[in-house]
Write a protein that binds this ligand. Structure first.
Ligand code: SAM
Length: 283
C-alpha cells in the first residue's frame, strides 16, 4: 500500500503536449495504489511515456454506480486512488463529479493535483476580460436547444467559455451570430498546445468567414469564448445610459425603459436590452 493512504487524487494531465505534465502529477500517479482512468488504453500511452506502472481501473468496465463503489471501497480500505481523464482536468466536461461527490459525503479527502484545462488555457490568451467569466461546457447538439441556451445568455455580461467539437463548430458559431449579433467579439482557440494550435480573435461574422474559407481549420478541438454583453451598453450614448441607470434605481424596468424612451427618443427594444445589461452589471 502506498504512503498516500485513503485519499482520492484528482490529477490533471496534458491537453496534447506531453511536457505539460507536472512533476507532482507524475509523482502522484507513480505513488498511488490505483489510477482510475476514463479510457485505460488512451491513458496507457501517457503512463508509458512517464514510466508509470501503477495498475489502472477502467471507468468503462462497470456501470457508474458499481465503479464508484469499487473505488470508494478501495479508498476506505486504506488504498489511494488517482482519477485522470483523457486530457486536461477531470470533472471539467469529463467524468468524476459523482465520484468526488460520493467521496466527500463519506468524509474521504479529494486532493487536487492541478494542471492543464482547455477553458483556462484559452481564457488566458483570449484578451477578453478575465476578472469574471462563466464556463458553459458543451452546448446542446440540437440547433433549437442551442439557440434557446444562447438566448438565456444574450445579456450575460461576463466572458463566456464554451467547448465545441469539430463537426458542430460552424453551426455553433452561426447560432452565436444569430443570438449575439454579427459584431460580437469571439475568440476561437483550436488545438491548444498541439501542432496546429490556432487562435482566432475577431467578430463572430469574420471568424465564421475565415473558418468557412479554411475547411482544414474546422478540424480539431475547440474552445469558443464570447465577450460579455456589457460592452454593447456603450453603443448607447452616455447620457441615455445615465438616465436609464438613474430611473432603474427607482422604478420597475418597464417604467424606467418607457420614460427613458420618451426622454431620449431611442428605441424601447434597445433600451430594454440595455436595461437588462445594466441590471446585471457590477455597480
Ligand atoms: N477536461 C478537459 C479540460 O480540462 O479542458 C475537457 C474535456 S472535454 C471532454 C473535451 C473538450 O475540451 C473538447 O471537445 C474541446 O472543446 C476542449 N479541448 C480539449 N482539449 C483541447 C485543446 N487542446 N484545444 C482546444 N480545446 C480543447
Amino acid at each position: 500500500m502506498s504512503t498516500l493512504r485513503g485519499k482520492l487524487y484528482i490529477v490533471a494531465t496534458p491537453l496534447g503536449h506531453l511536457d505539460d505534465m507536472s512533476f507532482r502529477a507524475i509523482k502522484t500517479l507513480q505513488s498511488v495504489d490505483f489510477i482510475a482512468a476514463e479510457d485505460t488504453r488512451h491513458s496507457a500511452k501517457l503512463l508509458t511515456h512517464y514510466q508509470i506502472s501503477t495498475p489502472m481501473i477502467s471507468l468503462h468496465d462497470y456501470n457508474e454506480q458499481e465503479r464508484h463503489e469499487k473505488i470508494i471501497t478501495l479508498i476506505q480500505s486504506g488504498h489511494s486512488v488517482a482519477l485522470i481523464s483523457d486530457a486536461g482536468t477531470p470533472l471539467i466536461s469529463d467524468p468524476g463529479y459523482r465520484l468526488v461527490h460520493a467521496a466527500k459525503k463519506l468524509a474521504i479527502d479529494a486532493i487536487p493535483i492541478p494542471g492543464p484545462c482547455a477553458a483556462i488555457a484559452a481564457l488566458s490568451v483570449s484578451g477578453l476580460p478575465t476578472d469574471c467569466f462563466i464556463f458553459e461546457g458543451f452546448l446542446s447538439a440540437k440547433s433549437s436547444a442551442r439557440l434557446a441556451q444562447l438566448n438565456v445568455l444574450k445579456h450575460e455580461t461576463r466572458t463566456m467559455i464554451f467547448y465545441e467539437s469539430p463537426h458542430r463548430i460552424l453551426a455553433c458559431l452561426d447560432d452565436m451570430q444569430t443570438i449575439f449579433g454579427q459584431d460580437r467579439e469571439v475568440v476561437v482557440a483550436r488545438e491548444l498546445t498541439k501542432f496546429f494550435e490556432t487562435i482566432y480573435s475577431d467578430s463572430v461574422e469574420n471568424i465564421l468567414k475565415k473558418l468557412r474559407q479554411n475547411p482544414s481549420e474546422q478540424q480539431g478541438e475547440f474552445v469558443v469564448l464570447v465577450k460579455g454583453a456589457v460592452i454593447e451598453a456603450r453603443v448607447m450614448d452616455e447620457e441615455t445610459t445615465r438616465v436609464l441607470n438613474c430611473l432603474l434605481a427607482e422604478l420597475p424596468i418597464k417604467q424606467a425603459v418607457k420614460l427613458t424612451a420618451e426622454i431620449s427618443k431611442k428605441s424601447k427594444n434597445l433600451l430594454y436590452d440595455l436595461a437588462l445589461i445594466l441590471q446585471k452589471a457590477p455597480k
